[in-house]
Design a protein around this ligand. Structure first.
Ligand code: SF4
Length: 461
């Protein structure tokens, strides 16, 4: 499929090594010119965040328009079918769209994250949940989730510059789709007072994560308002802006000077008060890292913001030691600290993207010792139902045949047990057969849960 595109892509992505990080190769070619509609787009235009926003791909006709016939009718039909099954909208920046190898699009790890193919869908696990982490159950205000004692999650908007097929907040992020209706909201500054008031009145809160949606879409004045309001609260010690921006639109940080200056101002205020201002970003593979990333990080490092990365472990994207290791090394070379790798949450519409606790555990073991400790990402399971992040090997019980693991969370949720279910299609044949037999799987699950409860009781601290 699309041989011509493949050849163009290979030429355009010739890697040249002149990155400041000696020993690491970053693509500094004009790779976007492999997309027919952008053949004549120069680096200055491509490097402008407004051009990126205005030319983002948001529909199948949009894909056809930029690929200009390079995508076969079969591929287009497969994408259309995928969009009928997913809870996520389609939205890709030109930057990330042109990181897809359109010559091998079925297996491409970047395509797999953002453009679902109907032919790759697998039915949801019977225990998949819209709100797998029970964030809504911990809402303190309409915009704030308060689960951990000293940390809260502020969600000022539900819009993103790209939409990921595996999004844990697929129930609320982006617009409605054929299978999911949502009440999307943009940033409404006049509705945040109750949230700030709640944070002020809860002195145990020290950390606030500003996420969504994506903080990249907050206006400079909103970055400033949120940052300064939170830093002025004496008990708040750390704030983090969560954005996928560095991975999918790095030119935002070199061309939107007003936004970067607003962040720099918040960072200055943080430094003056001995408080940390961090940015948490989201690279899943090193394919998303290019010379544009280096430029973005140079601009961000001048603001003093600390940047950490949180990946999601996605099947067919980054579920190999080589990919995770390479990505962690390259991110570290750009002052981005590899922080977490999350086991994929149990949300609907992305069963084909999940993997097992066992795989995650094996990858975690291999990563340990392969990179300096402070740059070794922690592989975690965000325990379904609201148990919070747990080290991947810290389950209390795991039945690999039926793919269920039990987790406790003695600090955040004492006395409770949380269960994670591996994707059925990845289980051994015996396990898959059990899931096909409802009375049998119910018996086996009941036995597992009884053992998990007995173990939790025996080991209660
Ligand atoms: S950028 Fe984050 S919040 Fe937005 S769709 Fe992707 S995973 Fe979800």
């Amino acid at each position: 499929m699309m041989k011509e595109a493949a050849q163009t892509q290979n030429t355009a992505t010739d890697i040249q090594t002149d990155s400041p990080a000696v020993g690491y190769a970053f693509d500094r070619s004009e790779f976007w010119r492999s997309i027919p509609a952008w053949r004549d787009i120069d680096a200055e235009t491509f490097g402008n965040f407004r051009w990126q926003q205005q030319n983002s791909i948001t529909s199948v006709p949009g894909i056809q328009e930029v690929l200009q016939g390079l995508a076969t009718p079969t591929l287009i039909a497969d994408i259309e079918d995928g969009l009928l099954k997913t809870p996520m909208n389609v939205r890709l920046t030109p930057y990330i769209f042109s990181r897809i190898n359109w010559g091998n699009v079925e297996d491409d790890p970047v395509r797999r994250q953002f453009l679902p193919l109907g032919s790759q869908f697998i039915p949801d696990h019977p225990h998949a949940m819209d709100d797998s982490l029970n964030e809504d159950g911990h809402k303190a205000t309409p915009y704030l989730t308060h689960r951990y004692p000293d940390k809260a999650l502020f969600l000022p908007l539900t819009l993103c510059p790209v939409y990921c097929s595996f999004c844990t907040r697929s129930r609320m992020v982006g617009g409605s789709t054929a299978v999911k209706s949502k009440s999307t909201y943009g940033a409404k500054t006049n509705e945040w007072d109750a949230t700030f008031e709640y944070i002020r009145n809860n002195s145990q809160l020290e950390d606030i994560v500003i996420s969504g949606g994506d903080a990249l879409l907050l206006r400079p004045s909103q970055i400033h308002q949120i940052g300064t309001t939170l830093l002025e609260i004496p008990t708040i010690r750390r704030i983090r802006f969560a954005t996928k921006g560095i991975a999918i639109m790095p030119m935002k940080f070199t061309s939107d000077t007003e936004w970067v200056e607003a962040l720099a101002e918040v960072c200055r205020m943080g430094r003056d008060r001995m408080k940390e201002v961090a940015m948490h970003t989201h690279f899943n593979t090193d394919r998303e890292i290019t010379a544009w990333t280096s430029r973005a990080m140079k601009a961000l490092s001048e603001t003093g913001v600390r940047v950490r990365n949180q990946s999601v472990l996605v099947s067919g994207v980054n579920d190999s030691f080589d990919c995770l290791h390479r990505t962690a090394k390259k991110l570290s070379s750009q002052l981005i600290q590899p922080y977490y790798i999350y086991l994929h949450d149990m949300v609907p519409g992305c069963e084909h993207l999940r993997t097992t606790v066992r795989t995650a555990e094996q990858l975690s073991r291999r990563l340990q010792g392969s990179i300096a400790g402070f740059n070794t990402p922690r592989v975690v399971c965000d325990a379904p139902g609201g148990g919070g992040k747990r080290e991947i090997s810290s389950y209390s019980l795991y039945d690999q045949e039926i793919g269920v693991s039990a987790w406790t969370s003695p600090t955040a949720k004492p006395g409770e047990i949380f269960y994670y279910y591996d994707p059925i299609h990845r289980l051994p044949n015996e396990g898959q057969a059990l899931w096909a037999n409802e009375p049998e799987i119910n018996r086996r699950l009941a036995k597992f849960k009884a053992e998990a409860m007995a173990k939790a009781e025996a080991t209660r601290i």
